[in-house]
Design a binder for this molecule. Structure first.
Ligand code: FMN
Length: 208
């Protein structure tokens, strides 16, 4: 009798550090999700705007935090890895992203969801520098949170407007290749760090 083993896909939560409707960084993540191999499931989070400004009083009022924080924390807790695409604002990551990380860095009833989490960082900018300084600031914060940040490869997308078409699809072939390489490298990084995936019992064994 033939026995089939199915390996569940690793789940990656994708966060764009921009609330802008036509954000290049969100489009970059959508492109990554669209081209990901079947062994990876990339989910682009679209509710970062529901995360309130961090306030320790809010934590004191409700240990699990406000609803927007609970939703984000639950999404990250359920993921095997975190992929962050950051814009650069004034040579650093945007406040909306730092604010979300400050919430996620706190212990909670579902645990410390950032500690030991495999994370990869990339970013897109409309300018010529490709978010180098924003990514440096983001890495520093992630290290403080105990996240396991993929050291290489890096992906700094400069002049983002020239790499997408009018419908927001990533059409620059070199960028598509870099993104594919980046996502595959992150899959390897997660495999190195994450516990082995639970494999279902072979059907034949289960019937015995
Ligand atoms: C407040 C502000 C500050 C910015 N500072 C920088 C900067 O320091 N370096 C840079 O390359 N781009 C900077 N930019 C341009 C952003 O990188 C650009 O708007 C980018 O497209 C934003 O990302 P998004 O498309 O994902 O929203 C800045 C934009 C804003 C609104």
């Amino acid at each position: 009798m033939t026995t089939f083993h199915t390996t569940p896909a690793r789940r990656v939560l994708c966060l764009a550090g921009s609330l802008r409707r036509d954000s290049w960084n969100r489009r970059l993540l959508q492109a990554a999700a669209a081209q990901a191999p079947a062994t990876l499931q990339l989910d682009v989070y679209d509710a970062l705007g529901s995360v309130p400004l961090f306030d320790e009083d809010l934590e004191r009022d409700e240990a699990a935090g406000p609803a927007g924080v609970q939703a984000l924390r639950a999404a990250l807790a359920a993921a095997d890895g975190l992929l962050i695409a950051t814009p650069e604002y004034n040579h650093a990551m945007p406040g909306v992203l730092k604010n979300a990380l400050d919430w996620l860095s706190r212990d909670s009833p579902v645990g410390d969801v950032l500690a030991q989490k495999p994370v990869a960082v990339l970013g897109a900018s409309s300018g010529p520098w490709g978010t180098r300084l924003a990514q440096a600031s983001l890495r520093q914060v992630l290290h403080a949170c105990g996240a396991l940040v993929m050291p290489a490869p890096t992906l700094f997308m400069a002049n983002a407007a020239s790499r997408f078409d009018a419908d927001g699809m990533l059409t620059d072939l070199a960028a598509v290749q870099s993104l594919q390489d980046f996502v595959l490298a992150f899959e390897c990084w997660m495999a190195r760090l994450a516990p082995p995936l639970a494999r279902p019992e072979p059907l034949a064994a289960a019937r015995r």
